[in-house]
Design a protein around this ligand. Structure first.
Ligand code: M6R
Length: 608
């Protein structure tokens, strides 16, 4: 949420800052701004809208200079407007800051600064940072930033420039990510490595409460006690996935089609067929404790939460373990009994989600073992968990999560298999899971070949303004996730419900204008699902079924059917969600929506 980029070096800063912003835009995209230090002056341009709007506005405005910072925003305090866009300046117009995160005590600070005659120009929490630095500045920017940070409560990644320090960018981190990129005679700062891939592979990740200073001759890093730190430089091998969409119209479609590979990457090298078990190096340090935990609590948000709901069925079925699934944003309000016998498992694509981080901190305080399943290597959640597993699904740029969701389900299955084999799961049962997991990439590919049929169905349903998604057992989280995909990218109202709950209320919504998407598997829930579908049909509701290849009867009761291959019930969600991702995609496309950057959303949600 919000992206920051900074540059200091031999090249002209502006093109690098603009390119970096485009690469970070998936983090937030309601306004953007850029400032370059140019001959003891700050040259600032800000615009409402996308980075392309900023670029257009900046064309008429030469901004030479070799040092600058830029920001792409997801509004928290104050609507998207030019005044609220970052960078923000102090009263003297000498200091500019870009901020990602939330300053929780900004009202108190603002009151204090107003009393000292500072003039505010925005509605943001962030602007107080610029004015505080101005208060503390006595010719030494780094010292002023250090003093300022002592006054801030909340989360932040901050980049600062000063007109009088033409060759210096100061950054500081607490809670929101900041990395440094090291080039030849040039140095970069960014919210994530994607922004820097064309420029350098040498990266340093700042930890919380660390400050870095970049200048053309080098960089240094300190803690908040002003002590120098030596930090390791990582050499990142990530491919520059943002460079092109490989012929796909949108990243979301590309990522849907990358699922066979992402699933394969989730299990490659992680199964021991001869023993009917999985091998997860990241869990080895805690394996003894994990074998005997009495309770597992899964915490996550959004799509990752729905993966967690599927995880409950997976763990219950393979591990004989009591499993609870909590929305991370609600976790701290519960009086859950967490102790050394509990493992808390955080699921997060980005590894940056503030709600999930807050839930982890709460669970740590209560002594639970903390595990993570994270896609972004080295992200905040990866760092604060006791142990965990990476998805290795490659970067996901479409704001609507697709390939990470299916990859999360596979990783959860491997975790459950590993623990289950210590808790009574037989070799034969374990082997059956492995064989089913290995088939998934081929089965997903098969669904993807049905794209024209799915597109046609989506076009037929694109005229509706409301949808109900229903499923039972493993298909209930799929109903929730299918509905979330549709609302996120097409802005159509959709509700996901356990099918059995329908008669307790939502059925009153059903008429010929309110279609239902029913996710049906040929399992113990099949007959009950057919009954629920009949109840909808009896009220003139149109029904689209996502159903297993083997379920003949479904064609007789539903208006339309999309077929999917069959697998073990615990893995069926991996297959069932794929046509629903495409269904949402094609409806959004037919409405002309901005699929990769849906309104009001951002890829990493770094505020609570
Ligand atoms: O990065 P995380 O998995 O922690 O993110 C959680 C949610 O914000 C995320 O899944 C969100 O719901 C997506 N936009 C879903 O498509």
């Amino acid at each position: 949420m919000c992206g920051i980029i900074g540059y200091c070096g031999v090249r002209t800063a502006k093109p690098i800052l603009l390119d970096g912003l485009k690469r970070l835009e998936y983090r937030g995209y309601d306004s953007a701004g850029l400032v370059v230090v140019d001959g003891k002056k700050l040259n600032l341009v800000r615009a409402v809208g996308k980075v392309s709007d900023l670029e257009k506005k900046g064309i008429a405005r030469p901004q030479p200079g070799h040092c600058g910072i830029a920001h792409t925003r997801w509004a928290t305090h104050g609507r998207p407007s030019e005044e609220n866009a970052h960078p923000h300046c102090d009263c003297g117009g000498k200091i500019a800051i870009a901020h990602n995160g939330i300053i929780e005590n900004y009202l108190d600070l603002k009151e204090e600064l107003l009393a000292r005659k500072h003039e505010f120009r925005s509605e943001t929490d962030s602007e107080v940072i610029a004015h505080l630095i101005e208060e503390y500045y006595d010719g030494d920017l780094e010292k002023a930033v250090l003093k300022t940070v002592q006054r801030l409560e909340g989360t932040f990644g901050i980049a600062v420039v000063h007109a009088d320090s033409e060759d210096q960018v100061v950054m500081v981190k607490r809670g929101s990510p900041i990395i440094i990129g090291i080039g030849e005679g040039e140095y970069f700062a960014a919210s994530d490595a994607n922004a820097l891939l064309p420029y350098t592979q040498k990266i340093i990740s700042l930890n919380d409460d660390e400050l870095a200073v970049l200048h053309p001759g080098g960089y240094h890093i300190k803690n908040l006690n002003n002590e120098f730190l030596q930090k390791q430089i990582e050499i990142r091998q990530d491919r520059d996935e943002l460079a092109d969409k490989k012929g796909f119209e949108h990243f979301m479609l590309k990522e849907i089609f990358e699922q066979p590979e992402a699933i394969e990457n989730a299990f490659r090298g992680r199964i021991v067929e001869g023993e009917g078990v999985s091998k997860l190096g990241g869990l080895e340090p805690v394996m003894e404790r994990l074998k005997s935990v009495k309770k597992l609590v899964i915490v996550s948000c959004g799509t990752s939460y729905y993966a967690g709901l599927c995880g409950r069925y997976i763990f219950e079925s393979l591990c004989d373990l009591h499993v609870e699934v909590e929305m991370a944003s609600e976790f701290r309000y519960r009086r859950l009994k967490l102790d050394g016998d509990t493992a808390v498992l955080a699921l997060s694509q980005s590894g940056e989600t503030a709600d999930t981080i807050a839930a982890i901190r709460e669970a740590k305080r209560k002594g639970a073992l903390i595990l993570g399943v994270v896609n972004v290597v080295g992200s905040a959640i990866a760092q604060i968990t006791d142990a965990g597993v990476y998805n290795h699904a490659g970067p996901e740029f479409g704001v609507a999560s697709t390939k990470i969701y299916t990859s999360q389900l596979v990783v959860l299955t491997l975790m459950a298999l590993l623990i289950g084999r210590y808790r009574g799961l037989s070799f034969t049962e374990g082997s059956a899971v492995i064989q089913a997991v290995k088939k998934l990439p081929r089965q997903v590919k098969k669904i993807l070949t049905d794209i024209e049929h799915i597109k046609k169905v989506a076009q037929e349903y694109s005229r509706y303004r409301d949808f109900l998604f229903i499923g039972r057992q493993h298909n209930y989280p799929t109903a929730m996730e299918g509905a979330l995909k549709l609302k996120e990218i097409s802005y159509i109202h959709a509700e996901g419900y356990p099918a059995g709950e329908m008669k307790h209320g939502p059925i009153s919504l059903i008429d010929e204008n309110f279609p239902t998407v029913a996710i049906v598997s040929q399992d113990s829930t099949f007959d009950k699902m057919i009954s629920n579908i009949q109840e909808i049909k009896a009220r003139n509701g149109r029904v689209l079924a996502v159903a297993g290849e083997g379920s003949d009867r479904i064609g007789d009761v539903c208006d339309d059917v999309i077929r999917v291959p069959e697998t073990l019930p615990i893995l069926q969600p991996v297959l069932n969600i794929v046509p629903l991702q495409l269904f949402a995609y094609f409806i959004a496309r037919s409405k002309g929506c901005d699929i990769d950057k849906p309104r009001n959303l951002a890829k990493s949600v770094t505020v609570e």
